[in-house]
Design a protein around this ligand. Structure first.
Ligand code: GLV
Ligand code: MG
Length: 348
């Protein structure tokens, strides 16, 4: 259940900014995770911010319990000390039922709410979780006189959350998007894995036995295909953005790239980067390939009004391929505006 249409875009607290009608058009190829309690990493945030699209201060899982308060205060210090320019600043707060959530929200919004673009909320189970944080943020925004609404990004990482993915995506105009959280989701579903994202060597399809008794072909399948597909549809239908989440095997760049690329091809716009080596992977994968951009440009040029049918290199193009080409060109333009090296290669 959501509000009646007329009320959907009203502020939820007196004095809070109105929700945005359209989410801001930002390039968010990688959400780079930083543990804000570690002083030596915090000192490098300025340089890091110039290399990534989003810096996220992580307060939730992976932060030791005894460092929860230091991480929160480290986030405040880092937000105050850094000029993020066009780079996004996000925080992953602790879950709604944790002992840290209340103070995470009051400290962050109270101290640096004007710099905080997005709150990433873990373990979202249904639209009621979004309704709660929506109302709570509105009250905090009003109290602190914020002019821009802070957006909410949900992590899809429980079985119940996946069941409710469409309702979560539609729950509020504050919704920025969603990320797959494969580690918690695996646990929640009782999947028999011990990994953070990626495939599993035992999840495969075996070809039928052949009469000659020769070796049977077998191929590893993607454990995350179903969830990503549901997430992409829920997000696209609601005009918000889907992301692949974390890939935990930092030494396996090829597997990381393959997972990110599958997600990109299926409609995701970015992924988390937990290790500096993953930044270049995400940048490469989530920026459209210059050869694809060149082909898309030929389609648009061959069909100036976006209708009819033409052949290009023996392949049929029509109104629908024109729309696909437009998705790629629109993304390339956004990326080009941010990335001069790619702008040159795209030549748009
Ligand atoms: C991320 O939070 C995950 O659980 O994979
Ligand atoms: Mg998680």
């Amino acid at each position: 259940m959501t509000r009646v249409p007329r009320k959907f875009y009203e502020a939820l607290a007196i004095g809070a900014p109105r929700p945005l009608r359209e989410p801001p058009a930002r390039v968010e190829r990688m959400i780079h995770f930083v543990p804000p309690h570690i002083d030596k990493l915090r000192a490098k945030i300025g340089a890091l911010a110039a290399q990534v699209d989003v810096v996220l201060g992580n307060l939730e899982d992976a932060i030791p319990i005894e460092a929860k308060v230091a991480a929160r205060e480290g986030f405040v210090a880092m937000a105050r000390a850094t000029d993020f320019g066009s780079t996004g600043l996000w925080a992953r707060v602790n879950a709604l039922n944790s002992p840290w959530f209340l103070d995470d929200m009051t400290r962050l919004v109270g101290e640096v709410g004007d710099k905080l673009d997005v709150v990433m909320l873990p373990k979202v189970e249904g639209p009621w979780d979004i309704a709660f944080i929506d109302q709570y943020l509105a009250l905090l925004e009003a109290r602190h006189g914020l002019k821009e609404p802070i957006l909410v990004h949900a992590i899809l990482e429980t079985a119940e959350g996946v069941n409710n993915v469409e309702a979560i995506a539609a729950a509020s105009p504050r919704m920025h998007g969603m990320s797959l959280g494969p580690a918690d989701l695996a646990a929640s579903r009782a999947m028999k894995t011990t990994r953070v994202g990626g495939g599993h060597p035992d999840y495969r399809v075996l070809a039928d036995a052949n009469q000659a008794g020769g070796p049977r072909a077998s191929a590893q399948q993607d454990l995350w295909h179903y969830t990503i597909a549901r997430m992409v549809d829920a997000c696209a239908a609601n005009g918000i953005k889907p992301f692949y989440g974390p890939f935990g095997d930092f030494a396996d760049a090829a597997a990381c790239e393959a997972q990110f690329r599958n997600a990109f091809l299926m409609g995701c716009v970015g992924a988390w980067t937990l290790h500096p080596s993953q930044i270049a992977i995400a940048k490469k994968v989530f920026s459209p390939d210059p050869a694809e951009v060149a082909f898309a440009k030929r389609i648009l040029e061959a069909m100036p009004d976006g209708a009819g049918a033409v052949m290009i290199d023996g392949k049929m193009q029509d109104d629908a391929t024109w729309k696909q080409a437009k998705v790629i060109i629109d993304l390339a333009r956004q990326v080009a505006a941010k990335d001069p090296a790619l702008a040159e290669r795209y030549a748009l």
